[in-house]
Design a protein around this ligand. Structure first.
Ligand code: BG6
Length: 489
């Protein structure tokens, strides 16, 4: 039997994502022994660079996660020896043919498998795929392409992108990344739900009052204003990262753990949702602010952002799933940049205990006595359940306590970066954590009409100070559904 080899080509090799995430993830996989025996890594971009220069650039961002690990330096050297560079235009068949030639030299005598990671702006996805596919078509191994969002700006442009990609690729060659799906606690969601009897039976409108998906960053667009301004927070975070988590949270039990079975359930729940209504969304934009003697910039101070930009850097939304399990339960989302804290959490607020025997000990504020399950995706991965508990001692006084699974204490080992898991899955052809095209269509169908309306009506975002908790409008929106936002812990 012929051995196989894999060539991993990072298109857009000198970009930020490649340097910060992709090369380090590839090295981490190599370091841990997850890459196949025969592999090469190629960087492709427009800038002129030698192999050596690429290696120097890449080496600056490689880490062994925990420094001073054994053999780290040696492993880095071995890894870097397998890294090469080819400079070319993104729309040049000729340049890709040259790359193809170099790839073939490394593939001699082996079954050639090829993975392309498109770490480039979406307007050149199709060019690259077209150029790369000409030369790849003769190979006997597989060819897969990883693409990163934005997948269009709305239903139409997304469908058009899919149509163009499919001129050159089959659906099963396209790996659409949503890196939130590669996060440890997001992957754990299904384990929590479907392998614990104490959760799944409670997972419905009968016991759950509302669910919150919260994303918060304590920094602004800082240099990415150019990209961000034409997308905004709803497209950047909600339509993909938060909605994906919601789908995993709310889907029915899949037939199996097979990628198609899981994605079928996600599509089903997305298609059961009501498209977002303007009334159920509020948007915000951060403004400059002085804090502790330091001046924090406004979003519109970013040199790449127009002064009169109406782009949202914050949004809160209420979503509804019109199916038997979730009828009437508000699913709230909140996402913002330049807020007071960095973190991402899922918060599940349970209903009040009927006829609560202990209600007097809590006073009138029943909210303070309801159970809440918190899944902190980052930083500091934790799952905890707020329960009522007797304060030890004489008398009967109750207290809210946490049943707490703190990852750092329970699993004292490094959690792999999302990109490691996703790259490994793409190499192994595991599609479970990638977005299928019908899933993408369903996600856009929910957000497209709203985004169009926001833009057409030129709805002005509510300004909030950099480093604050965001616009007060988010509280009114939640209050409309009798919900109080949980505070990032
Ligand atoms: C990206 C967004 O998808 O996710 C960025 O484009 C955001 O705006 C980033 O900062 C957040 O990812 P993480 O993994 O740092 O939470």
């Amino acid at each position: 039997v012929m051995e196989s080899t894999i060539s991993i080509t990072v298109v857009g090799a000198s970009g930020d994502l490649a340097k910060k995430k992709i090369f380090p993830a590839l090295f981490a996989l190599y370091y841990e022994g997850f890459l196949p025996k025969h592999f090469t890594v190629f960087g492709y971009a427009r800038s002129k660079m030698t192999d050596e220069e690429l290696r120097t650039m890449v080496s600056k961002t490689l880490t062994c996660r925990i420094d001073q690990r054994e053999n780290c330096g040696d492993k880095m050297e071995q890894f870097l020896k397998r890294c090469f560079y080819h400079s070319g235009q993104y729309n040049s068949e000729e340049n890709f043919a040259e790359l193809d030639k170099k790839l073939r030299e490394k593939e001699v005598g082996k079954v050639p498998n090829r993975l392309f990671y498109l770490s480039i702006p979406p307007n050149i996805f199709v060019d690259v795929v077209r150029c790369a596919s000409y030369s790849a078509s003769s190979s006997t191994g597989w060819t897969r392409v990883i693409v990163e969002k934005p997948f269009g700006r709305d239903s139409e442009s997304s469908a058009e992108l899919t149509r163009c990609l499919k001129l050159y690729l089959n659906e099963d060659q396209i790996f659409r990344i949503d890196h939130y799906l590669g996060k440890e606690l997001v992957e754990n969601l299904s384990v929590l739900r479907f392998s614990n009897l104490v959760f799944e039976p409670l997972w419905s409108r009968n016991y759950i009052r509302n669910v919150q998906f919260i994303f918060s960053e304590d920094f602004g667009t800082e240099g990415r204003g150019g990209y961000f301004d034409s997308y905004g927070i709803i497209r950047d975070i909600m339509q993909n990262h938060l909605l994906q988590i919601l789908a995993l949270f709310a889907m029915e039990t899949p037939v199996s753990l097979d990628a198609e079975d899981i994605r079928n359930e996600k599509v089903k729940v997305l298609r059961s949702m009501r498209p977002l209504q303007l009334d159920d969304v509020i948007t915000g934009q951060y403004k400059g602010h002085m804090k502790g003697g330091k001046a924090y910039p406004a979003y519109t101070d970013d040199p790449t952002v127009p002064n009169d930009s109406l782009t949202a850097t914050f949004a809160a939304a209420a979503l509804f799933i019109d199916n038997a399990r979730w009828d009437g339960v508000p699913f709230l989302m909140k996402a913002g940049k330049a807020l007071h804290k960095r973190g991402a959490e899922i918060r599940v607020q349970f209903r009040h205990v009927p006829g609560n025997l202990y209600k007097r000990t809590f006073g009138t504020d029943l909210d303070k006595a309801t159970n809440e399950l918190v899944i902190r995706v980052q930083p500091d991965e934790t799952i905890y359940l707020k329960i009522n508990n007797k304060i030890p001692g004489l008398g009967m006084r109750l207290d809210r306590s946490n049943l707490d699974l703190h990852y750092a204490a329970r699993y004292p080992r490094e959690i792999p970066d999302a990109y490691e898991r996703l790259l490994l899955d793409a190499i192994e052809g595991e599609r479970r954590l990638f977005i299928r095209s019908d899933e993408l269509d369903a996600a856009w169908a929910l957000f497209s009409p709203l985004l169009k309306e926001l833009e057409e009506k030129k709805i002005a975002p509510e300004l909030y100070p950099y480093g604050s908790r965001g616009p007060v409008g988010a509280h009114y929106l939640a209050a409309k559904y009798n919900v109080r936002w949980g505070d990032l812990s």
